[in-house]
Design a protein around this ligand. Sequence first.
Ligand SMILES: O=c1ccn([C@@H]2O[C@H](COP(=O)(O)O)[C@@H](O)[C@H]2O)c(=O)[nH]1
Length: 286
Amino acid sequence: MSFFDDLSARIDDADSVVSVGLDADPDRIPEFLDDHDLPRWAFNRRIIDATHEHAACYKPNAAFYEDADGWRALRETVAYAHGKGVPVLLDAKRGDIGNTARQYAQVLDEVDAITVNPYMGGDSLQPFLAEADAGVFVLCRTSNPGGADLQDLELDSGEPLYERVAALADTWNEHGNVGLVVGATAPEELEEIRETVPDIPFLVPGVGAQGGDAEAAVEHGLAAREGASVDVGLVNSSRGIIFAGEEVGRNTVSGASGGRAPDEDAYFAAAGDAAARLKKRLNQYR
Ligand SMILES: O=c1ccn([C@@H]2O[C@H](COP(=O)(O)O)[C@@H](O)[C@H]2O)c(=O)[nH]1
């Protein structure tokens, strides 16, 4: 089954387009997990337990796992998410010459989808695009403030560069496995890009901690796909969900030793609540 078929089934089952970003920042993993062999994995397991019923997808960002323990933590996390029936999109923003890209693309044996950077052109993305069952999300108009520096540049044709990327992505979509990354912090661009590519699902980051426009994310981020009972696309929040427990974690309970220990259950329940709230908010616009 293709990634977008799986994703549409998952969106239908969970009644959710929420992508839960697993950006397991070692500096923010709660201290009560310090003794664990792999604290990032222990953290993700509890986050997945708390959020999976609201998750259309999990999106670990590779940046938080690029060390020996990190790769182990990521592998366990991916297997656990799959065990809960939730697809995994690795946010790795890959893109390199073909020989190197072929190596990078092997990660698609383990995860269901990936983000890629189109700056090096179509040939750099071919090894990913050739994996017909995997989702390949091409960076188009990113959510960061500097996203405009290059992506908004006007070409001789008068179109901005992000529009050219969207049009090219359409031509790269031979297997129907291409998505676009368009930030919720750029609602006008979201609308414009949706007009250019009516059928391509978007991954829309930038709601939550970056303060993007949730309504525009849903209105323009989702695409109707042939044979799918729901419109398909993903709206991601990472820190706003997985670290929601930092607030309640500040309210501590007495530990057995007489010291003060965080209420672990409340910490992770807060992540579940944050995912449920985002799902409900996004569903208002679906
Ligand atoms: O344009 C982009 C592309 C990717 N991201 C990634 O999404 C998450 C957002 O995290 P929040 O905590 O919800 O802000 C993170 O992994 C980014 O690297 C993005 O934000 N914008």
